[in-house]
Each structure stands twice: as C-alpha cells, then as structure tokens.
Design a protein around this ligand. Structure first.
Ligand code: HEC
Length: 234
C-alpha cells in the first residue's frame, strides 16, 4: 500500500513538472500597457480580432456598467473599462483563454458563477468566441481601420498610402530608380508612364514595389481605384 501511495505521489510530481514545462511554451507576448494607445493600427484583417474595435465595446456595454465593473463600483476588484484594467483585473493570460479569469466566467454554466449574472443574459456564443479568439491571438491592445476605398481622393487616401509605403525611398532628394512620389506632379508622371500601376500590381516588366512585399488589399485598392478614376488631383 505504501508503495502504491509513494508511486502515485511520484507520478503526480512528474505530471506537475511536465505541465509547468508546458507553460513555458506559451506564446511570449508582451502586452502594451498604455490604455489609450493601441500598439498599431492597420487595415482590418477578417481573420483577426481587434481589441479596440470589438472587445472593448463589448466589455464596456456588457460588464463595465454602474453597479458592476465600472471604475466606481469595481465589483470584486474587477474593472473592465480599458485595456490595462481588463488585462490586470480580468486576469487575462495572453494566448491562454482557459487560464484567463475573464474568459472562464463568461463561459460558466453555473448560474451562481456566470458573468454577466442573472437576470442579465450570458454573452452569446459568438461573443464568447470573439473573446476567446482575441486571447488566443495574444490579447493585444490593437485596433484596425476599415478600408475607406469608396470615395478615394489624392489628398487623402492616396497621399497617406504613398507616404506610409513609398515616399521614404521616392522623394525629392532620394529618387530610387529615377522615381519620385512626393507630390501630385511626380506621382502623375508615373501614372502616365504606367510604372506606378505596373510596379504595385507586380506586372511583368516592372520592378515589384514596395520592395518589402505587395501592398495590403486596402492600399492596393485605393491606388488602383484612383488611377482608374483618371488620377485626379482631388
Ligand atoms: C526601401 C526603398 C523603396 C520603397 C519603400 C519603395 N521603393 Fe520603389 N524603388 C526602389 C528602388 C531601389 C527602385 C529601383 C529598382 C531598380 O531599378 O531595380 C524602385 C523603383 C520603383 C519604380 C520604377 C519601377 C520600374 O519598373 O521602372 C516605381 C514605379 C516605384 N519604385 C514605385 C514605388 C511605389 C509605388 C512604392 C510604394 C508602394 C515604392 N516604390 C516603395 C526603392 C523603394
């Protein structure tokens, strides 16, 4: 009997060691703790969940209410009104939904434990899945911008795309490949000679641009649409 007990204690210790090793393999994510500024803002990718676009509005409307988890009430010390508070007081573990208090309580099936508590409805399956996915993807303080490629103008979207992706190498003093893209006249020259549309769409016979890889869909759509519209100086 003693042998059996000590053998099972040994196995338990072994299992504990293995599982603590396993924890070390979780993604190494360093969250940005500034509640006001997400780490980056990019065009929305349909496969990603963005904190500021989806998670914050959901938690604020469902949890950070008066009498619950707003800054004034702080029920159970939990405040769910901004990124820092959500990560800390919601005990969110990036990459590990089932180890995150915030996720555990929203998927609770016991009515005495589930959040939001009755008489409020639990979060929908879609909302639960959204929070799970956000934590799985690293619980980042991120946001995205919906692609604004409907009313494209040179002064707004085109200039901002070129400034962000091209102008560092193609300006008045640095004209890589003899190309500058820092103002309308310079850009229009490369519209008229076909080089702009050829290079960004990776057409045969052109150097592919930018060198770091094709523009994302939103930026590509913006430039192509503006050229199709006749490349106006608007
Ligand atoms: C990191 C620097 C860099 C960035 C960023 C960059 N380019 Fe270039 N680009 C170059 C260089 C270098 C060449 C010349 C390459 C060659 O001739 O082999 C070039 C060439 C070109 C050409 C001439 C292509 C041809 O076939 O003659 C065009 C047009 C162009 N770039 C447009 C762009 C646009 C549009 C962007 C942004 C979407 C961009 N570039 C971003 C460095 C850059």
């Amino acid at each position: 009997m003693k042998n059996i007990i000590s053998a099972s204690v040994f196995i338990l210790i072994l299992l504990a060691m293995i599982s603590s090793q396993a924890c070390k393999h979780q993604p190494d994510v360093t969250p940005n703790n500034n509640p006001t500024s997400p780490t980056n803002s990019v065009s929305c990718d349909p496969d990603s969940v963005y904190f500021e676009n989806s998670i914050l509005p959901l938690l604020v409307s469902s949890c950070a209410k008066s009498g619950c988890h707003d800054a004034a009430t702080q029920e159970d010390g939990v405040i769910l009104d901004n990124y820092t508070n959500i990560m800390k007081t919601g005990r969110v573990k990036a990459g590990n939904p089932s180890g995150s208090e915030l996720y555990e309580v929203i998927i609770e099936t016991r009515s005495s434990k589930v959040m939001p508590p009755p008489p409020d409805n639990p979060l929908s399956a879609e909302q639960q899945a959204l929070i799970k996915k956000w934590i799985d993807q690293g619980a980042k303080n991120n946001k995205c911008i919906e692609c604004d490629s409907v009313n494209v103008t040179f002064s707004k979207q085109v200039t901002s795309t070129l400034n962000a992706n091209c102008v560092s190498c193609h300006n008045a003093s640095s004209t890589s490949g003899g190309v500058s893209l820092h103002n309308y006249a310079a850009v229009k020259t490369n519209v008229d000679n076909g080089k702009l549309i050829g290079s960004i769409n990776h057409r045969i016979g052109f150097v592919t641009m930018p060198p770091s890889g094709k523009l994302d869909n939103c930026n590509l759509t913006i430039i192509n649409k503006w050229i199709n519209d006749g490349a106006p100086n608007n």
